[in-house]
Every structure is written in C-alpha cells, then in structure tokens.
Design a protein around this ligand. Structure first.
Ligand SMILES: [Zn+2]
Length: 449
C-alpha cells in the first residue's frame, strides 16, 4: 500500500460495535490509529442488531499454484491475491506449490495499490517414493514438484530446500488414496519408520508439520507416529467418542469445498456459484463449463457414492472437532471448482448446514482460530489476540443475521478500508490484459498447435 494519507492517519473510531470474539454480550468502542488498534473499550450491552467486528478470515488450506478452473488453468497469482481480498480473506496458508508462483506473487504485490493477503507456505510437500507396484506417493499427480522420501537423509534435504524458499512449515502427504476401506489403493505410502522420523525431526527443529490422511486408519497411524495436525477430516466414517479419545488434541482442517465438486450436478454448481461476488472475482467461463454438465463427475468416474458418503463423514467429523475447538476452516482451494476466496465463505455455509447455532463458533474458528494457526505456522505461536490494542487493524464488519457466506459489509486492512468495487475493477483489468495477450499469442503461434 502506498504511504498513508493524512486522512488515514487520523484516528478512526467505531462506536458501539459488537466484537463477539471478545465478549458476545457487550458493545465496544474501537479506535484505530496508524493502522493498529489503539483502544478497545466496552461501551454498553448488545441488543443484537449492531454490526459485528471480526478479524479478517484465514484460508487454512489453499493451493495458489493449482488450477481451480474447469479448463485446468490456474489463475494469475495477482488475480488470486485480489480474489481473497475481495472476500475479506486477509491471511492465506498455502499447503504446497507456492514457490512456483512466488516471483509473480511478490512482483504483483510490489506493483499493487491494493494490499495482498498475508501468506505463509510450506514450499513443496514431501511424499513417498514410487513403490515396487509402480505407485507413486500422493502429490506426484499435481502440476507442482514434491520431494519423495525413501531414507531419513531425504527429509533433511527437503527441509533445507523448502527453508531456502521461505517455507515455515512442513506438509506431509500420506494417504494411499482410498476413501473407504477396501477401495482402490492409488498411491504409495511412507513407511512407519520414515513417518515417525519425519514427525520427530520436525518437532526437534520446531517446524509445525501438517499431514494429509483420508481414512481413520491412516489418521490413527499418523497420530501414533506423532502428528497432531491433519489437512483434512476423516472421510471413511463418522468417529465415535472412543475414537475421538484416541485422537486427543488433534486438529483438523475442513475441506468440503475442494472435495464436493466431484459429486455436484449442474444445478448444484449453478446454485453454489450464484452467490454475490462470483462474477466480480472468478472466471465466468466456469459457469458455461458446469452448465453443460450432464452428470456429476463422480458418476463418470464411478465414485459418486463413496465421495457423497465421504463428504457426510467429513462434515460430521468437522463439527465434532468444532465442538472441541479443534477445527480449522479451509477449502483445498486450487482444486477444480474450489475458488480462491469465494469458496472459503461457501465452506462456512456447508459446515453450518441447517443449524444456525453453529454460526458464531464457525466464524470464530475461521477468523480467530485461523489467525492463531497462521501465526503458529509462521513460527509466532505466542502472537497477541488479533483484536487487541497494538495489533494490526485488519478486520471485517458483518451485518448480523446474514448467511455466513455473505460478503463482509466492510473489509479493513491495517487501518485502510478496502474499496470492494476497486478490487473488482483491478481483477477485470488483469483479465482484460491477459485476454489481449492471449489473442496476440494465438495469432502468432496458434497454427503450430
Ligand atoms: Zn490440499
């Protein structure tokens, strides 16, 4: 952002706003000066219809370098940054692949008048070697590099290389790709020995490790080897009390948005993409792609039933984790149909379902919980509450009673209000420039394709 104007340096006062993350019953007067909160004081009792101030959202499971569009194209990272900003997502955790776009992201940020979301990343993921049956570790199938671990020394190399690229945590791929016990094994898996070693070395070096598992068996195995952070919830069954007891202290990221497009019909898609903000931020050619869909991809690929079942289990397990304060709200954005920014707000609706009593807890986890996680991944576990005196004034205002997926009524980043229409215009400008570039490219080289 360019230097603050005198107007922005003048104290801004929000009188009588609700800050449910601090006190559900009270109203507050909040003062912002020079981009930070300088006063947060109770000023009365809440009636219910006052605007709510929450920290900016944190997307806790994103892949900026993966193609979210149905034609398998990845968005320009400069557009992705603004897609997040538009939806009030001010912090993003990239769960592998970011180094591929790091230069473009940084150059875009340096040239942008609008603030980019803060981002933390793990570099490239680690996974298993190709095994005797010819199966590779999960992650090899994505258009980003991964490190394949066979022996302990491979981990050291991966950690060094990722650190050099600015990574601050470790992403371990572990699932063999089965969604139900007995379904087809798609990937090789790390041995127990390497898994145990990986958890131990990460802990010794103070690096937070997040692991990717599908089934309860995989999750238990990883837990027993020392992992406590899971990139998805368990998808092959709804866990009971005894099973939760065995996973005490484990935290899970919800990723319904990234898994759901596989089972959606054309009507499901059009409803999901019919919320405010889609046309302003996303490539609208995706609407044509889903409009013409004759049947869900799950039927085409023969996994409609297992995936539908998996989504139900994942949601129920996510809500159980929510009750214990162990849910992180994420989407696996960058997977087909899981759009940056837009899908995080949709994820909240998917988690809430028809139970309005979940709304505040979900928003709390998507804001305060997400930010705490973000700070932990960047190595600042003891960071102050995001709504406290001295903290950056990065927040959203929400109208009470609206759906969780509704756009914030205001987004403020380090004290600067974001003009949402200006963000939409900047996205449109980048798309127009890219389209003009494509035309030239087609004219020159189209004949060769
Ligand atoms: Zn992912």
């Amino acid at each position: 952002m360019s230097a603050a104007t005198p107007e922005q340096r003048r104290p801004a006062v929000l009188s009588g706003v609700a800050v449910p993350a601090l006190d559900a019953e009270a109203l507050f007067d909040v003062t912002v000066e020079d981009g930070v909160f300088t006063r947060i004081e109770p000023s009365g009792t809440r009636r219910g219809d006052e605007p709510e101030l929450w920290p900016g959202y944190t997307e806790t499971h994103a892949h900026i370098a993966l193609p979210a569009n149905f034609d398998d194209t990845a968005e320009d990272p400069r557009i992705i940054a603004l897609q997040y900003l538009y939806h009030g997502v001010t912090h993003v955790v990239d769960m592998f692949g970011y180094p591929m776009v790091a230069d473009a992201w940084e150059a875009g940020r340096a040239a942008s008048d609008l603030p980019y979301p803060e981002l933390v990343h793990c570099g490239y993921a680690v996974t298993a070697m190709t095994n005797a049956a010819g199966l590779s570790g999960h992650g090899v199938e994505f258009p980003t590099p991964v490190y394949m671990l066979a022996v302990e020394a491979d981990l050291d190399q991966a950690l060094r290389n990722n650190a050099e690229r600015g990574a601050t945590f470790l992403k371990v791929m572990f699932t063999d790709g089965t969604e139900q016990p007995g379904s087809k094994v798609r990937f090789s898996r790390l041995s127990e020995r390497v898994l145990r070693f990986t958890a131990r070395i990460a802990a010794e070096r103070g690096i937070t490790a997040v692991i990717d598992c599908n089934t309860l068996e995989e999750t238990r195995w990883a837990y027993d080897c020392g992992f406590r952070l899971f990139a998805h919830t368990v998808r092959d069954r709804t866990l009971g009390d005894a099973e939760w007891k065995d996973l005490a202290g484990a935290r899970f990221v919800s990723t319904l948005s990234g898994l759901r497009p596989m089972v959606m019909t054309a009507d499901d898609f059009l409803a999901a993409y019919g919320r405010e903000g889609f046309a302003e931020t996303q490539d609208v050619r995706n609407l044509d792609a889903v409009r013409g869909l004759e049947q869900p991809y799950g039927i085409t690929y023969g996994l409609q039933e297992t995936r539908t079942g998996a989504l139900g289990d994942m949601r129920r397990n996510a809500l159980a984790a929510l009750r214990e304060g162990n849910l992180l709200v994420g989407t696996d954005s960058g997977n087909t149909g899981a759009y940056h920014g837009y899908s995080l707000l949709g994820e909240l609706d998917l988690l809430r379902g028809d139970d309005p009593s979940l709304a505040d807890a979900l928003r709390h986890q998507a804001t305060v919980g997400g930010r705490r996680y973000f700070d932990e991944l960047r190595g600042e576990s003891g960071a102050a509450h995001p709504i406290s005196v001295g903290a950056p004034a990065t927040y959203n205002l929400h109208a009470p009673g609206r759906p969780l997926s509704a756009l914030p009524t205001a987004t403020v980043v380090r004290g600067t209000p974001i003009d949402r229409q200006a963000v939409a215009r900047a996205i449109a400008g980048l798309r127009a420039a890219a389209a003009a570039g494509t035309t030239t490219h087609d004219t020159k080289e189209g004949a060769a394709l």
